[in-house]
Design a protein around this ligand. Structure first.
Ligand SMILES: Nc1nc2c(c(=O)[nH]1)N(C=O)[C@@H](CNc1ccc(C(=O)N[C@@H](CCC(=O)O)C(=O)O)cc1)CN2
Ligand SMILES: Nc1ncnc2c1ncn2[C@@H]1O[C@H](COP(=O)(O)OP(=O)(O)OP(=O)(O)O)[C@@H](O)[C@H]1O
Length: 185
């Protein structure tokens, strides 16, 4: 299958998970992330606001705030496909501008530069065991990761994990993968 087919079929499966199963998996994902040394060692964490069939990130963000960590979330620039991260201190600092994505309001938040993000939680639809990923196809994270030198992790269900995905020259794998069953990379 090519990337587009892999993306489509995985999105279908994710949309078909029952509310009950989704909650259960989300609880395990958050628990496994928070028990990891990756999490414990990170002061500043970059993470997206999950939408629809993505795994909820709100409990993770709240827990980070409770632990005194700094959370920053991305804003897309559709012209150049670049991401800029802003510190989120309250869910009221979010707005929907396009793509139906919740993004930070730049006039109410401070920019956090790339080198200050200790741990970047990278979203995606399908992954392989080497950490290669297929996202929504914007190439936003592929571009962002070209000069990102700190740690990256993706939090996914085992149903999103494949042995081997086709990868392009610009694809940059994530360093770590955490599933409901624990750390697999
Ligand atoms: N929750 C969440 N936020 C995220 C991401 C994500 O995967 N999840 N991203 C991960 O990278 C970035 C946004 N990624 C995007 C990737 C592709 C398109 C895109 O191709 N949009 C179509 C229009 C889609 C539509 O309106 O239906 C387009 O531009 O033609 C949009 C956003 C940043 N924020
Ligand atoms: N470093 C880069 N520089 C320029 N263009 C890039 C770069 N990385 C990816 N692209 C372009 O972005 C497009 C989308 O890439 P890809 O299908 O891998 O996105 P994705 O990983 O699914 O999306 P995302 O990173 O937004 O989650 C590709 O057509 C590719 O040409």
């Amino acid at each position: 299958m090519d990337k587009e087919q892999l993306r489509k079929s995985a999105i279908m499966s994710l949309k078909n998970i029952s509310h009950h199963d989704k909650k259960q998996i989300e609880n395990k994902l958050a628990e496994n992330l928070m028990n990891s040394t990756l999490w414990k060692q990170a002061e500043t964490i970059g993470i997206t606001m999950a939408q629809e069939f993505e795994w909820s990130t709100k409990p993770i963000i709240k827990e980070a705030w409770n632990n005194g960590k700094t959370i920053c979330v991305p804003k897309c620039n559709p012209q150049n496909k670049q991401l800029t991260f802003y510190q989120l201190q309250d869910f009221n600092q979010l707005e929907i501008v396009y793509y139906n994505l919740l993004e930070p309001k730049p006039e109410e938040t401070e920019e956090i530069v790339k080198s200050n993000i200790d741990l970047l939680v990278v979203p995606g639809i399908v992954f392989d065991k080497r950490g290669f990923r297929i996202g929504f196809g914007g190439g936003y994270y592929d571009r962002f990761l070209t000069d990102f030198s700190n740690k990256t992790v993706s939090i996914i269900s085992t149903m999103q994990l494949r042995d081997h995905l086709p990868n392009d020259s610009f694809d940059i794998p994530v360093n770590h993968i955490i599933t409901e069953n624990g750390i697999v990379l």
